[in-house]
Structures are given as C-alpha cells and as structure tokens.
Design a protein around this ligand. Structure first.
Ligand SMILES: *Cc1c(COP(=O)(O)O)cnc(C)c1O
Length: 528
C-alpha cells in the first residue's frame, strides 16, 4: 500500500501545491494568491519599531536651520509588522528559489549557495575600491584567476572585466572595434546585425553611433551567409552575431562568417550571453571572434533579475586587446598580479579607449562566478553545457506534437526550445487563443512564463530555456502543464483567456502597464 504522509500533500499537487477550489491545472501547482496593502496603508502615525530618547536639549544654533518643519512622511510600523509585510511581499513574487523559471535567453538557473558563502567572506564582502592596493591583493588575484579561466574557456587573448551587464559588454566590444579602426585611420559607419540576434545588439550598435543594417535569416533560422557576404564592404565596421542565436540554434557557419568579415576589414562581435550552451565544448576564439561578452549572471550562475546585479566581461582577440578599457589586472612575470591604473596608462596601455565604469566591475559577481567555475572544473563546465542542451531538447521533443516548433525539423536545438503560435496540423490553437494565453496560463500552473514574442523571426514565439539545473521530474511537470494548456487552448477553453486566476493580479493591460506605469505612491488627497 502506498504510504500516506501527514501534510496531505499528494504528488499530483506538484511542489508548492495549495488547495484552491475549482482550479483546472495539470499539476495542481498554483500561482501566488496573496493580496497585500501598501506599507503606507498599513502604517499609522506615531508608531515606531525603535525607541528614541526624548530630545529636550535645544540643537546648537548652527544646526537649528536643519530642523524638520514637519515630521517625515514615513509609515509608522512595529518591527514585526514591517518584517511580515516584506515577507508577504516576497511571497507575491516568483523566484528561481521557488520553482522553474524557463525564461528563454535569460538563463535563470539555480544559484549555488556555495557561491554566496564565498562572496560573503569578509575579505571579499568588506573591501572598498579605494582601499590601498597592497590591502586588496587577494581581490586582484581573484580577478586575475577569473580572467585566466574566461580567456582559456573562450580561446581569446584578453578580457575586460569591468562591464556591468551583457549590453554594457556589447558597448565595450563596439568601442574596442571603433578604437581599433580609428587607430588604422579607417572609421567605418555600419554594423550588420542578423535577424536572429538579440535585441540589445542593434540597440547597442545604434547607441555607439553606428548605422545598423539587418541581415536576413535563412529558412532554418540561421544567418544568411550569402546575404551577409553580399553586404560586406569598406563601410562595414563589423557584425554582431548572437551564437547560439535567439532561435536556440548554433550558427554553424561562424568561421566562414568571421573569415569573410575579416577579409573585408571588419571585426566580429559575438553576443556570448548564451555561452552556457557551448562552454567547455567550443572556443569562440577558434571561430574567429574578435570580441564577445559573457554574462556571468547567466552562464556562471550569479543571481540576476530581481536577485542581483549582472556582470558582462568581454573577451577580446589579440587584434582588439590593446584597446581594452581600464582598469584591468595583469600578471607580471613570476605570476604577481598588478592593477593597470589610469596613471600608468600612457606607458602601459596607450591605446585603451578609456573606462566603462568608475571601478573594477562587479566584484561580488566575480567571486561567485569563480566559485562556480572552480567547483565545476573544466569537465564539470562541459557537462553544464551538455545538460543544458539535453534538457532543452527533452522539452522540444516532448512538446513538438502539441505546439508548432518551427525549426525542430532542422535538428536538435541548443540550450532553449522555440515554439510558435502557428497552427500545428491538428487544427491549431482554437480561434482567438494566443501565445499570451499560454504564458498567463503557466502562471496558474505555478511556473514563471517562458519568454514570449521573442525572437521576432517566428510568429507568437515561445522560447523555453529549462537550464541544466532542473531535474527530469521538474521538467516533466513543466511539460505536463504546457501540454495541458495547449490542449485547453485547442478545446476552446474560454477560462484560459482571462488567466491568471490564482495570482495576486488578473490579466493586466500590457500596453497601459508599459506606457503609463504607476511607480510612486502618493497620499490620496484629503477633503480640503
Ligand atoms: C541577456 C542577453 C543579453 C543582455 O544581457 P544583459 O545582462 O541583460 O544586459 C544580450 N544578448 C543575449 C542573447 C541575452 O540573452
């Protein structure tokens, strides 16, 4: 006989299951169902979490003008009221620590707690960027070790650690390309960006002052090499290729692309945010890449989104390395690590294009990423890529009979599986159902939705990135929920059109939310 457990939990409820009556979900795993007033609505004047001494002495005359005329407009709450408010709020949000977060291209993988333990060591957590150099040698050594790993894993000559996120890294790479071309007296104006590139690529190129031109995709979702070659010329500064691309596919012709771009005097920028799919397997340097950002917060598991800041180091080829931004760490003969400072730049690094930020970058992310790298080792990192790709292909093959998978016929995917809202042979999603309905339905099933309507190359895109940190059981629950949602859409279940039903909010007006966001609380006006 099956053993019963005392909590009343049954496997079909899924993890985090609750007893919402009348719910129609495959897993019984419901969205978050709390309402919470604003802290200003909870608070009352005169209440306070701490006791202040009575101030009866007059302030010294010089300070009197700084005295408040009116009490600050802060909510008054006791300490437990405050703690409970924020704890309840934290439960309204979805987090990678709560369940799968299959947001394509974002790589929401588990953040190992070992990383957190190391980042919190006082020698890392309590240092200041303006401390005397002699007192932060360990931090420089950590940065140098991370730099060694990143250049070894990518087969590149150098790395700029300072960029603070992927898009910031893209800007860093393009500024290196511009500096390299200007040094040759050959300023060029155009950057080519294929359709399958991440949206930040054309945005960065435009921000850096380049004219952006699109290169079409082939029918199998990759860069059209012929079209690219036809457009190359003396005005083209370079290309920005996302590899693996945003269709979750490897750009197999990368070496041919690089050779053609180099022959035309351009440089190759690779968007390496999806490096998690190929780390330990492919070295972008071998494919002719000149600059590539790595999202430490994706590939190397440092928390991001609501969980923490990003970090986007840029690896550089020997051709671009002299133009890297300051400051950076270098290893002297004998292994001693030194920080290349602005003051010695004239002698040391005369061609640097300048600085990306005031200090050294995201030190907390460097320690987390290096911890992750060292705890996996080279073999473990290769397995990260293999498992990420295996999980994505498991999702792709488990759903391709109920959702249109536009590129499934052209072979396995990399780290993410792409679906569209197109008809899928069996009659298609019933009239009036869309990708948005599947995504919102997923919230009721207890999952964060996948990336939707991106990439733009397919209609109504659903991009699912499971990452390597989900178990097969976890993937099976996600797949069961997505199959159930596809079936409900096909059966014309009108309830799905107003999902989510078990979240703190029903379906929002997406346009209003983007155009007229209400971000500030203002006290309602009184009767006078
Ligand atoms: C996430 C991502 C970026 C941008 O990285 P940020 O750290 O968010 O700036 C760029 N390209 C691709 C392919 C990405 O997935």
């Amino acid at each position: 006989m099956k053993a019963s457990n005392t909590s009343g939990w049954r496997p079909e409820m899924g993890i985090g299951g609750s007893a919402v009556p009348g719910a129609q979900t495959a897993s019984g795993d419901y969205g978050l169902a709390l309402e919470e007033p604003l802290i200003f609505e909870l608070g009352a004047a005169g209440k306070c979490g701490v006791d202040f001494d009575e101030q009866d002495a007059e302030p010294s005359p010089g300070l009197a003008r700084f005295l408040r005329k009116a009490p600050p407009a802060l909510p008054g709450l006791t300490e437990p009221e405050t703690v409970r408010h924020y704890t309840r709020l934290s439960r309204q949000n979805y987090a990678i620590d709560l369940g799968p977060f299959p947001l394509g291209s974002c790589t929401m993988k588990h953040n190992p707690r070992l990383n957190e333990k190391v980042a919190r060591l006082p020698g890392f957590a309590d240092i200041h960027p303006l401390q005397p150099h002699g007192t932060v040698r360990g931090a420089y050594e950590t940065m140098a070790q991370l730099a060694d790993w990143l250049t070894a894993l990518t087969g590149m000559a150098a790395v700029a650690l300072t960029p603070k996120a992927g898009a910031h890294g893209e800007l860093c790479g393009l500024l290196c390309i511009r500096a390299a071309q200007e040094a040759k007296g050959d300023a060029r104006q155009v950057v080519l960006v294929p359709e399958s590139a991440h949206g930040t690529n054309p945005a960065t190129a435009a921000f850096a002052g380049y004219r952006v031109e699109n290169i079409p995709a082939t029918a199998d979702g990759r860069v059209d090499l012929g079209a690219l070659k036809a457009r190359l010329g003396p005005d083209v500064a370079g290309v920005m290729i996302t590899n693996p691309n945003t269709c979750g596919l490897l750009e197999r012709e990368m070496k041919a692309i690089s050779d053609a771009v180099h022959a035309a005097g351009g440089y190759v920028y690779c968007d390496g945010a999806n490096f998690n799919a190929i780390v330990g397997k492919v070295r972008p340097g071998d494919l002719g890449v000149d600059a590539m950002h790595i999202n430490l917060h994706k590939t190397f598991s440092t928390p991001h989104g609501g969980g923490g800041p990003g970090s986007g180091p840029v690896v550089l080829s020997a051709a671009l390395a002299p133009f890297a931004p300051l400051p950076f760490v270098t290893r002297e003969a004998g292994g001693k690590v030194r920080l290349t400072e602005e003051e010695d730049a004239g002698a040391d690094h005369p061609q640097s294009f300048g600085r990306m930020c005031a200090f050294h970058g995201q030190m907390g992310m460097f320690t987390r990423a290096l911890t992750y790298i060292l705890s996996h080792g080279a073999d473990g990192l290769r397995q990260v890529a293999e498992d990420a790709v295996l999980n994505a292909n498991y999702v792709l093959r488990s759903l391709e009979d109920v959702l249109d998978a536009p590129f499934a016929a052209s072979g396995p995917c990399m780290h993410e599986a792409l679906f569209s809202d197109a008809d899928f042979g069996l009659g298609g999603l019933a009239e009036g159902f869309s990708t948005l309905d599947i995504a919102k339905g997923l919230i009721d099933e207890g999952f964060h939705p996948m990336t939707v309507y991106f990439p733009l190359v397919v209609h109504g895109a659903m991009l699912v990135e499971p990452t390597e940190t989900e178990s097969k059981a976890g993937l099976d629950r996600l797949i069961a929920s997505m199959r159930s949602l596809a079936a409900r859409a096909r059966a014309g279940d009108e309830e799905l059109k107003s999902a989510p039903h078990f979240a703190p909010r029903r379906r929002l007006d997406e346009t209003q939310a983007a155009r007229k966001p209400v971000l500030v609380w203002r006290e309602p006006e009184g009767p006078d």
